[in-house]
Design a protein around this ligand. Structure first.
Ligand code: DGT
Ligand code: CA
Ligand code: CA
Ligand code: ZN
Length: 591
């Protein structure tokens, strides 16, 4: 039995939860699988290792019974309850529920009335018009579902970075343990930290090619070998992701890493530059070429820096920005800014607690913040108007503030807690609570929790109105997208960022790995507007605070620099940047 990694285990538990929901099972049972899956995806240790030591119940949300199911899964690839659930409804229905606009009830109806058991079958039912045989399907609903299917299909086969990155790092680590492997480095979209990953590419350096290919084929997480040649082996892992591992000789290491990191657009431009300089660049190295195109001599390729250097670059562009959107020109001239780094981050600016819909306490969040080496963290529970999670009433806030004061008073070397909140932007652009209450927070995030599918201009106007409120310091997850599941709100981003610059409102980069919102392209625009950015994980359990790395990666992709990132600043500067600080210090980064 090949070994299941954490993402694969989490996925099976999610399937279980979805199947139970489709079958109309008890809500509590459904949630217990989802909660466990959510916590396993964020868990830093391999469950396969923990299972051997009988330590699975240490994972939050994993009780004795679930631990037994996971142990069973690790041995047999599945567990009895899952198999039973799959006999009731086909697992293909789970895919259906991933489509925006199709919940568990609709999925069951589509299956029972039309025999639809996959997204492809649903598309077919939409095309043939058969879909209307299911009751309650008006024109608008049908159009919504078609749109949902289209965006689902655009992402199908791709995995979130959060699921691919830990796996890739682990595989690279395992390969490195082999004595013949000199180095093993993830390349491709993963090294560029793209938000979704098609397949994992790993470049290994070795003098003993056959030994490395054999090592790849025998990695524990390999479910199937798709192909294995002299220098490349492709495998399918237990989490369903394809991994391409290539072996190159030490003097080609840099050229191979550069080539297979891409992006394709970046590489195409690089080859043009080489050509103009009478050179050629490929996965084997950089070569000087004669008029007729024949190679004359090899001029570099052992390290990636060398590849760029011999092509006349003053700097090596960081992988995250290699998309041929200006990084080549800037790197040639030595004009690249120093991008934000994880080590710059001094705190998390968005985290929930058990006071509303999250699973960790304030003290647990603080312990995690201390683990992460932070100076400060915030509590930003949901506000009153968000009824579905029973947002904080004023008396509840007062209780929380007292707890914060107490934790801060006795904190010693532990991180300082700021009193925040996540307000809801109402349909008229107003937010929760009276100004008197708003003034008592250290800072406020305000988020849209509705507006998808609405006219972009109307939602933009709502957001602009909220940004005029002097108590709104930060706009949370501005476009509200969920990668592959919910389209972004059609905001006029230029208008939003202009208003942010005008009012000193800070824009959030929500680091929760299926949000990453603002996204890279918007962040780049924010930098041009001189708009400051706050990175928050939106943690709903303290382990989620580790997702900061995805936020920083997205920030880097958006060319975000240290000097425009709120939580790269020490606490006193953080306070001075908030709108409620009497002055709005002007920034000198206006484009
Ligand atoms: P993915 O896997 O869809 O998430 O995206 P990538 O970028 O990892 O794409 P992949 O795995 O097909 O190829 C890895 C890298 O190899 C790619 O970023 C650039 C390089 N590469 C692949 N095919 C070509 C090509 O035809 N031309 C050039 N210039 N580079 C290529
Ligand atoms: Ca790839
Ligand atoms: Ca590939
Ligand atoms: Zn939140």
């Amino acid at each position: 039995m090949p070994e299941l990694d954490n993402a694969a285990i989490a996925r099976e538990l999610e399937v279980m939860g979805d199947l139970l929901e489709i079958a109309g099972a008890d809500r509590f049972r459904v949630l217990s699988y989802r909660k466990a899956a959510n916590s396993i995806r964020a868990w830093p240790e391999q469950l396969s290792v923990m299972a051997e030591a009988d330590r699975l119940t240490e994972v939050p949300g994993v009780g004795k019974k679930l631990a037994a199911s996971i142990a069973e899964m690790l041995h047999h690839g599945t567990f009895p309850e899952l198999e039973a659930a799959k006999t009731e409804y086909p697992a293909g229905l789970v895919e259906l529920t991933q489509v925006a606009g199709v919940g568990p009830t609709r999925a069951r109806q589509f299956y029972e009335k039309l025999g639809v058991d996959s997204v492809d079958a649903l598309l077919h039912a939409l095309d043939s018009g058969e879909i209307v045989r299911v009751g309650g399907m008006g024109e608008k609903t049908v159009a919504n579902i078609r749109h949902g299917v289209e965006s689902y299909l655009a992402h199908r086969g791709r995995m979130l970075l959060m699921d691919a990155l830990p796996l890739a790092e682990r595989l690279a680590g395992e390969l490195l343990e082999h004595p013949a492997v000199l180095s093993a480095t993830p390349a491709g979209s993963l090294r560029r930290m793209q938000e979704t990953i098609g397949d994992i590419d790993i470049i290994t350096v070795s003098e003993d090619t056959p030994a490395v290919m054999e090592a790849v084929r025998s990695l524990p997480a390999v479910a199937r070998v798709l192909g294995s040649g002299e220098t490349k082996t492709s495998v399918l892992t237990t989490s369903g992701l394809q991994v391409d591992v290539r072996v190159v000789a030490p003097d080609q290491a840099g050229a191979a890493l550069q080539y297979f990191t891409g992006s394709k657009e970046h590489n195409v431009h690089l080859r043009e530059i080489a050509k103009r300089a009478g050179m050629k660049v490929n996965e084997y190295g950089v070569f000087r070429v004669a008029e007729d195109g024949t190679e004359v001599e090899r001029v570099g390729g052992a390290t990636e820096n060398e590849v760029y250097e011999v092509l006349g670059f003053a700097q090596t562009p960081p992988p995250e920005i290699r998309h041929d959107t200006g990084e080549i020109e800037a790197a040639l001239a030595g004009d690249l800014p120093r991008l934000l780094e994880l080590a710059d981050i001094r705190g998390d600016l968005h985290a929930h607690t058990t006071s509303t819909d999250a699973h960790s306490t304030l003290a647990e969040n603080r312990a995690m913040a201390a683990d992460l080496g932070y100076e400060y963290l915030v509590v930003t529970d949901h506000a009153e108007n968000l009824r579905m999670v029973r947002g904080m009433t004023v008396p509840e806030l007062e209780e929380q503030w007292a707890e914060v004061d107490e934790l801060n008073d006795s904190r010693g070397d532990l991180p300082y807690i700021l009193k925040g909140v996540e307000l809801n932007i109402g349909s008229d652009g107003t937010v929760d609570y009276d100004p008197g209450v708003l003034a008592r927070f250290d800072f406020c995030i305000a988020s849209l929790h509705s507006g998808w599918g609405e006219e972009g201009a109307a939602v933009t106007a709502r957001l602009l109105r909220a940004m005029e409120n002097p108590y709104v310091d930060i706009i949370g997850h501005p476009t509200g997208r969920i990668i592959g599941r919910r389209d972004p709100i059609a905001l006029d981003m230029d208008a939003v960022l202009t208003k942010a610059a005008e009012t000193g409102t800070i824009m959030e980069l929500n680091a929760y790995p299926d949000r990453l919102d603002l996204r890279d392209t918007h962040l780049r625009l924010a930098m041009r507007h001189g708009v400051r950015v706050a990175i928050g994980t939106d943690a709903h359990r303290s382990e989620h605070m580790r997702y900061m790395r995805y936020g920083v990666a997205t920030a880097r992709r958006g060319w975000v620099t240290h000097d425009l990132c709120l939580n790269a600043q020490p606490l006193d500067v953080v306070r001075s940047w908030l709108r409620r600080a009497s002055e709005y210090p002007p920034t000198d980064h206006q484009a």
